[in-house]
Design a protein around this ligand. Structure first.
Ligand code: ASP
Ligand code: MG
Length: 425
């Protein structure tokens, strides 16, 4: 079986939903397990709804209306027959959501978040499943919460691999083996369930991860993530006017790229696929016949094209012991503990005898709290409004290219990776 993942952009309106049917029709013989995200920006809208439940109850009604209107506009375009069962199915989901919103008695924000935000995927999969039926593509709608099982860490559920493997083999596999005809299952990305069936989620952009978990548990033939770009690009088009597609990269390269901040694939997605040697395709939903990018064990092409990853709004903090003593292991362990305390991720670090420098995302509040605490022990110097540029498979030409009109404040190179903290002149 093949696993497909359709993200929010690929199902953002009626036209896009129709396009998913066209893509599925390109694979008339394959068993498909299709993972779908919430439509368009609906996860953000549902997040706002949960915020309103806790902070601003009088916004609830208007937010609910935005969410229902958005979906009804799509369904009205897709289903000409106003007696189609999608209308009552949607109405009952919206009733449940409204009830959920009005009946939240907990002060557990994260718990409430998962109960509310998960509706984005429940609704999108209902719409798509019904639409596919309408155009003659038979499929089974399945509730992912029945087989993607996590612990009780709301908003970042930790998955129970064994239970998921057991349940998916018990619940999903028989559907595929029930007859000779190809079968399609439609299920939700991002959402999961605990063993007492409360809803959890896997973290923002977690649908890629769902696809990968399912592929792992069911030993899928491959996974395809359908995106609004032709594949994995060597730079974000937001920062680079000319980008190149990487035709083939290894799992290792993909993990490195996402570690340094490339946003093309959810960071947790690669490991389960690598563990079972399941290829991952990244393809364009606008040009589904084109090859896209393949991610697998093959490392041969990794160094063909240099990749650029930009992180903007960085702050570079340097710590100097007040008494000119060395930065040694004990100081470092205390410094790291302070970063852990404020849950701050270090993007780059460097130390010398009497100084230690770190580059972090400039989340102003957190960064200022961190600096305040470190100032008790160290003399602190810092620089804001910086960019961190990471170049995989760099050479001098690529470094020159990203440092035009910039001053380099810090530079670090390994055999394949160069990282530069730069500032506009
Ligand atoms: N809908 C969720 C989100 O936007 C999950 C996903 O799209 O992967 O974060
Ligand atoms: Mg999404």
């Amino acid at each position: 079986m093949k696993v497909f993942k359709f993200g929010g952009a690929s199902v953002k309106n009626a036209e896009a939903v129709k396009n998913t049917a066209r893509i599925i029709n390109l694979y008339p013989k394959d068993n498909l397990l299709i993972v779908v995200s919430a439509m368009g920006k609906m996860t953000n809208a549902l997040e706002e709804l949960n915020n309103a439940v806790f902070n601003n109850k009088n916004e609830i009604y208007s937010l609910l209306k935005i969410i229902t209107d958005f979906h009804y506009k799509i369904v009205n375009e897709l289903f000409k027959d106003k007696n189609h069962k999608i209308f009552s199915e949607l109405a009952s989901l919206f009733n449940l959501l409204t009830k959920q919103v009005n009946e939240i008695t907990t002060d557990n924000f994260d718990y409430s978040y998962d109960q509310i935000v998960s509706y984005g995927e429940l609704i999108s999969t209902k719409i798509i499943s019904n639409y596919l039926h309408l155009v003659g593509i038979e499929n089974n709608w399945m509730d992912a919460r029945a087989f993607i099982k996590t612990d009780y860490t709301y908003r970042e559920g930790s998955v129970d691999w064994e239970l998921i493997t057991y349940l998916t083999n018990k619940i999903l596999l028989p559907i595929y083996s029930s007859s000779k005809e190809r079968k399609i299952i439609i299920t939700q990305g991002f959402i999961a369930g605990t063993n007492t069936t409360t809803t959890t989620t896997l973290g923002r952009e977690g649908s890629d991860y769902t696809a990968s978990i399912l592929a792992f548990a069911l030993n899928a033939e491959d996974v395809t993530i359908w995106k609004d770009v032709p594949g994995v690009l060597n730079a974000d088009p937001k920062y680079f006017s000319v980008t190149e597609k990487l035709n083939s990269i290894s799992y290792r390269e993909a993990i490195e790229l996402s570690y340094y901040g490339a946003t093309i694939i959810h960071p947790k997605t690669i490991k389960p696929l690598q563990n079972k040697n399941i290829p991952l395709w990244v393809k364009s939903f606008m040009a589904p016949e084109e090859a896209g990018t393949i991610i697998n064990n093959d490392t041969d092409s990794d160094n063909l094209i240099p990749s650029f990853i930009f992180k903007v709004d960085q702050i570079l903090i340097s710590l100097l012991p007040k008494d000119f003593s060395f930065i040694a292991e004990e100081n470092l362990s205390k410094i790291f503990a302070t970063f852990v305390k404020y849950n701050i991720k270090i993007n780059l670090m460097q130390n010398s005898a009497i100084s230690f420098s770190v580059c972090i995302d400039n989340n102003r509040e957190k960064a200022q709290l961190l600096i305040k605490e470190l100032q008790q022990t160290y003399k602190i110097k810092y620089n804001e409004n910086l960019e961190l540029v990471t170049i995989r498979h760099f050479d001098q030409k690529t470094i020159d290219r990203v440092t035009v009109d910039k001053i380099i404040l810090l530079e670090q190179k390994s055999r394949v990776t160069a990282q530069l903290v730069v500032k506009n002149i």
